[in-house]
Design a protein around this ligand. Structure first.
Ligand code: SF4
Length: 232
């Protein structure tokens, strides 16, 4: 399998210390992607080496988070990692773009927490992200909502030149989830160089957006580099 590395984190799984494994490869090319070096491949590593990394950290972690890239590209390896983590009684979380709803169904039995990037309103994927996957994302959100055992977070990175406050309002009406997070766009190391001139939205701007949609979605958070995560 191919990965982009791993880290220990206290912020990737709320309230837990987690081992985060970044799986390489992704079928999308989001203009604001910060992981462009991972999109076509990464460092070769065997599953047994990954299991050893999990074993070595298992004494001080509560959870394993698999992020990317798009982890569902390497489905068999992902399932093995999640199964292994569950056997060690660790919590499991997956970060996904929801590109593969049918593959997603196969990993749900081994997940406690799923974070889906709902990048734009469903009907704007082609225009803004360059790939017409709105229906896939919608289907994925519905599949997860039908499973009461999984905590579902939906997240949107708010990029001022690509999205408007109306888009965030539209997303809030289209999704159903346990938590919605608006993430602050950062203009460093982005795939589309044109976005390097776009200013990051201020924490106040994100707070205003979050307050607007709070009546629609009960639990709303913002995530900024200045203040970390804040519940609204
Ligand atoms: S889905 Fe994530 S990893 Fe893939 S291109 Fe978009 S931001 Fe990058």
């Amino acid at each position: 399998m191919e990965i982009g590395g791993n880290i220990i984190s206290s912020v990737e799984y709320h309230g837990k210390i987690s081992l985060v494994i970044f799986m390489a490869k992704c079928p999308l090319r989001c203009p604001y992607c910060h992981n462009s070096e991972l999109l076509d491949g990464g460092e070769e590593i065997s599953l047994s080496e990954i299991f050893k990394i999990i074993d070595d950290s298992s004494e001080y972690i509560d959870a394993v988070v698999v992020s990317g890239g798009e982890p569902l590209v390497q489905l068999d390896e992902l399932v093995s990692i999640l199964k292994y983590s569950k056997r060690l009684k660790l919590k499991t979380k997956l970060d996904t773009s929801a590109y593969y709803p049918n593959r997603l169904k196969k990993v749900l039995p081994y997940l406690d927490y799923l974070a889906i990037d709902v990048k734009v309103p469903y009907n704007k994927y082609k225009e803004i992200i360059g790939s017409d996957i709105g229906e896939k994302v919608e289907k994925s959100v519905k599949i997860v909502n039908a499973d009461p055992n999984i905590f579902l977070e939906c997240r949107t990175t708010y990029v001022p030149n690509l999205l408007t406050s109306k888009d965030i309002e539209q997303i809030s009406r289209e999704i159903e989830c346990d938590l919605y997070t608006i993430q602050q766009f950062r203009n460093k190391n982005v795939l589309d160089g044109n976005l390097e001139d776009v200013e990051s939205p201020s924490p106040n701007e994100l707070k205003k957006l979050a307050k607007k949609i709070k009546p629609v979605l009960n639990k709303v958070k913002i995530k900024t580099s200045e203040f970390g995560e804040e519940c609204i």
